[in-house]
Ligand binder design. Structure first.
Ligand SMILES: [Zn+2]
Length: 245
């Protein structure tokens, strides 16, 4: 049954799974399960997009029009691609949303989502808190990229991706990390080798696997914990203490 599939997918969305049952029931008929492949564009810049996507698996990031210029902002199973439609139905997106890793999502029309958000306060509150968390993430990433060293920034990216992907291998090349982190490829390779020697990750051909989360958390900058706390607050989970760098 299509709606059974939608309910199963809904529970995989961290943004939707904790909502009251009656809110989920109103959403279900409007959610279309869909899949996307690596490199697929989910949201185009400079046009009005008709759909938003609750991600249930995979990872999406936002890119500038300049080739390969990644903002580092990521959306996985905790989030919604196209959240700016909540602020203005006819909003023209500033950035392009592209899948870093293939996955799945629940697609919903912007007009349906906006209508339900006005009718269902628990949904509206959850979505507005998500917008707030994304604004916090964007600001923290800007500060991080300008002030913190490559190693803690790389650990931050790996941990954020791992949170969103679970224990799956991160299908990412050194070249790609180099573009995301704004560093030269040899520096990325040296750093990954060092992290591998310390047993924190395992490198493969075109992929990285996190081996020791606690170890990575030992080298990451405080930006990671600050961002994660914002998303924990969204799910009404207690924040973790954030130590100074
Ligand atoms: Zn940082």
């Amino acid at each position: 049954m299509p709606q059974d599939r939608s309910r199963e997918a809904l529970l995989a969305s961290q943004l939707l799974s904790g909502l009251p049952g009656q809110v989920q029931n109103r959403l279900l008929p409007l959610l279309i399960p869909t899949t996307f492949i690596r490199g697929q564009t989910l949201r185009e810049p400079d046009i009005v997009n008709d759909y938003a996507f609750f991600i249930t698996k995979g990872l999406v990031s936002y890119f500038d029009e300049a080739p390969g210029l990644c903002t580092g902002v990521m959306v996985g199973r905790e989030g919604l691609v196209g959240y700016s439609c909540l602020l203005n139905e006819r909003h023209v997106t500033f950035l392009r949303a592209i899948a870093l890793f293939g996955g799945s999502a629940l697609r919903i029309s912007v007009s349906d989502l906006r209508l339900l958000a006005t009718q269902l306060p628990p949904l509206r509150d959850r979505l507005m808190r998500y917008v707030e968390a994304m604004m916090a993430q964007n600001a923290q990433l800007a500060a991080c990229n300008g002030q913190h060293d490559l190693l803690p920034r790389c650990a931050r990216w790996l941990l954020m991706a791992h949170d969103r992907m679970g224990d799956e291998d991160l299908l990412i090349t050194h070249e790609y990390l180099s573009s995301i982190l704004g560093a030269r490829r040899p520096a990325i390779t040296n750093m990954l080798c060092e992290l591998e020697r310390e047993g924190l990750l395992e490198r493969g051909r075109g992929h990285v696997r996190v081996r020791n989360r606690a170890g990575l958390e030992g080298v990451v900058c405080r930006c990671y914990h600050r961002i994660m706390n914002e998303f924990a607050r969204l799910r009404c989970e207690p924040p973790r203490a954030v130590a100074a760098d």
